[in-house]
Design a protein around this ligand. Structure first.
Ligand code: CA
Length: 241
């Protein structure tokens, strides 16, 4: 990862590596130009196979994935990407604009979703959201009560036994554990889990909380009636590395 000077505010800015997976060449060319202009480093591939191959060799910071690919269904590529890199930010581009397709894309592990045709300024704004999220992860593990979140490896353990969480469940638990003792409102949690501008089912957070409670026990995440959720700071241990 290279470091560049940011011309806008004079601060050092890490150059993010973006993997663009898009088989439409004129669109890809336009995207590459726009992204490079914003000082992103771009690697471009045109097929699902080459996308998976590239990720297996070296994960980028962000993936922009077109769902209409020549060799594989983009949703299938998305699921494979998620298995390889559970927290890699993925922005899906697609001509499929129905609500069902959108939900399917998000359920398959996309972090955000942009329907073609889109404005380049909107795409860049979505990338900045990803960038902000990337810059907020600095702790290595957080332990509260019997639950340990291993941020580097994306594992969650109860009494040192690893438990399986979905990606959104992990993200939700991470938000709550990073903000231990604080009440997080449903809208705050939604904005942490989903991109802005992204439609979210009205009970999405409740559903994830319900699943988390089944796995972590009913009392770990508290409901603050009418406001949101929190985890109490009981026997908290935080290890920065
Ligand atoms: Ca395409």
């Amino acid at each position: 990862m290279r470091v560049n000077s940011d011309s806008e505010n004079g601060q050092e800015r890490t150059v993010l590596q973006i993997l663009l997976v898009e088989d439409d060449r004129p669109l890809a060319t336009g995207l590459i130009q726009a992204l490079k202009k914003q000082a992103y480093a771009v690697n471009h591939v045109e097929t699902g196979n080459s996308c998976i191959h590239t990720i297996e060799i070296e994960a980028p910071d962000i993936v922009i994935l077109d769902l209409g690919l020549p060799d594989q269904d983009g949703l299938h590529v998305l699921k494979q990407l998620r298995n390889i890199a559970p927290t890699l930010p993925i922005l899906v581009l697609t001509a499929r604009n129905s609500a069902d397709e959108k939900v399917l894309g998000l359920d398959s592990g996309a972090d955000d979703y942009l329907a073609k045709p889109f404005e380049m300024t909107e795409l860049l704004a979505r990338l900045r959201v990803f960038e902000r999220r990337l810059s907020t992860t600095s702790l290595s593990t957080i332990t509260i009560d019997t639950v340990t979140l291993d941020i580097n490896n994306h594992h969650v353990m109860i009494n040192d036994i690893e438990i399986e969480l979905s990606r959104k469940e992990y993200m939700l638990l991470k938000l709550l554990m990073e903000n231990v003792g604080k009440i997080l409102t449903r809208s705050k949690l939604e904005s942490g889990l989903y991109g802005w501008n992204e439609e979210v089912a009205s009970n999405a957070v409740e559903v994830h909380i319900h699943h988390l409670r089944k796995k972590l026990g009913m009392s770990f995440i508290k409901t603050v009636r009418g406001v949101g959720y929190k985890i109490d700071a009981q026997a908290e241990k935080t290890n920065a590395q």
